[in-house]
Design a binder for this molecule. Structure first.
Ligand code: NAI
Ligand code: MG
Length: 363
């Protein structure tokens, strides 16, 4: 199959981890006789340096002409004094908006080899494999009216954000969750606050209706407050977790502790003009250029490209398996190494990338 991938590596460790991710994609293409082409584009601080703005028109054109966008990370303290709409991070917000994906997918997986990296006890996380499906274009973050008086914030007596959803907005993201669940453990947990919020009552009613088209998938509803607790107490009882925008922002970050390191977490945003794939972490200026960056989040993001833009599920499984194999063999980047265990030698970003590549091609 043919796939054109726009690669927006960005700042800091972005290019370092993205390089390892594209190496994996190249290997998958070569091995399976697929034609993947990579077109690079500037975003973030590197784009400001080269063109004066964080998201040049050329990058927008490249992204919109691609089948998938693979993004590294943006952020450079050099540009921290610029107004917010001119900073590197503004480029990321703009590209997300332009691509327009409404469903943000974030897996939270407990890797047995990293069981001791999570602050949660291994007997609690063991076997946990959750996929968050977070609605990304509605709810409190976009609802109108929104208002406060910026000129006199301290004296301002009131501020407004509106949590708003329409039936079609809930339907389309619910369908994504059920489709994904039907290929997994066939369970959707829908999160809301239906005991208090009208918008959650609509959410619950629409999700329940959508569920009727997926008789083989079990639907359960959870209130967001108790869900926050269940996620930490019984993470392995969940499969696909469907949430509105704010609840998903909070719960998916909370669930990052199940995996144990920010450097391990991938994400995909689907449903828009072009799917956008990015590791969850930022540009990590504290370790940029030192070879300490963990490329596994970016590599697992590449696996999501294979799964959600190329339809290559078996290849995506193989990449995820290769990551597990490397971890089980004891290889660790600094962020996931535990200095109490001398058997776990610390490897660099490129060494880790190479190890995954070897595990993938030898499998
Ligand atoms: P960050 O995610 O860049 O780093 C937080 C901590 O995690 C740091 O100690 C870092 O060294 C570590 N870390 C992150 N990714 C890692 C990896 N792959 N391997 C090993 N360690 C890793 O978040 P921070 O420090 O809050 O922000 C730094 C810059 O990144 C800022 O300019 C921020 O705006 C930007 N940012 C960009 C994001 C994006 O592009 N999606 C997301 C979050 C922050
Ligand atoms: Mg967040």
């Amino acid at each position: 199959m043919k796939l054109k991938i726009a690669v927006l590596a960005g700042d800091g460790i972005g290019p370092e981890v993205t390089h390892e991710a594209t190496n994996i994609l190249r290997a998958v293409a070569e091995f399976g006789g697929h034609e993947f082409t990579f077109v690079e584009g500037l975003i973030g601080g590197v784009a400001i340096t080269a063109t004066g703005g964080p998201l040049p028109q050329e990058t927008i054109d490249t992204a919109l002409a691609a089948d998938a966008v693979l993004l590294g990370a943006v952020g450079d303290s050099k540009y921290g004094s610029l107004p917010p709409d001119k900073r590197p991070e503004a480029g990321l917000l703009q590209i997300r908006q332009i691509l327009g994906g409404f469903a943000n997918l974030r897996p939270s997986i407990a890797y047995p080899a990293l069981a001791n990296n999570s602050p949660l006890r291994p007997e609690i996380t063991k076997g946990a494999d959750i996929l968050f499906v977070r609605e990304l274009l509605g709810g409190l973050y976009f609802g109108i009216p929104r208002w406060w008086n910026r000129d006199t914030p301290v004296h301002c007596e009131e501020a407004i954000n509106t949590m708003r959803y329409t039936k079609p907005e809930v339907e389309r993201v619910a369908k994504v969750a059920f489709e994904l669940a039907s290929k997994r453990k066939k369970k959707v947990t829908s999160v809301d606050k239906a005991n208090v919020l009208e918008v959650s009552q609509l959410w619950r009613a629409v999700v329940t209706e959508v569920a009727k088209s997926y008789p083989d998938v079990t639907l359960e509803h959870q209130l967001v407050d108790s869900m926050a607790m269940h996620l930490m107490n019984t993470p392995r009882s969940f499969d696909v977790v469907l949430t509105e925008n704010l609840f998903g922002d909070i719960l998916s970050d909370e669930s990052g502790v199940i995996t144990g390191s920010l450097g391990m977490l991938p994400s995909a945003t689907i449903g828009g003009a072009v799917n956008l794939y990015e590791p969850v972490h930022g540009s990590a200026p504290d370790i940029a250029g030192t070879g300490k960056a963990n490329p596994l989040g970016a590599i697992l993001t590449a696996a999501m490209v294979l799964r959600h833009s190329a339809g290559l599920d078996a290849e995506a499984d193989a990449v995820e398996k290769a990551v597990t194999t490397v971890l089980e063999a004891g290889h660790r980047t600094a962020d996931i190494a535990r200095n109490t265990d001398p058997a776990h030698a610390v490897v660099t970003t490129t060494q880790m990338g190479k190890l995954v590549l070897e595990a993938l091609t030898q499998a």
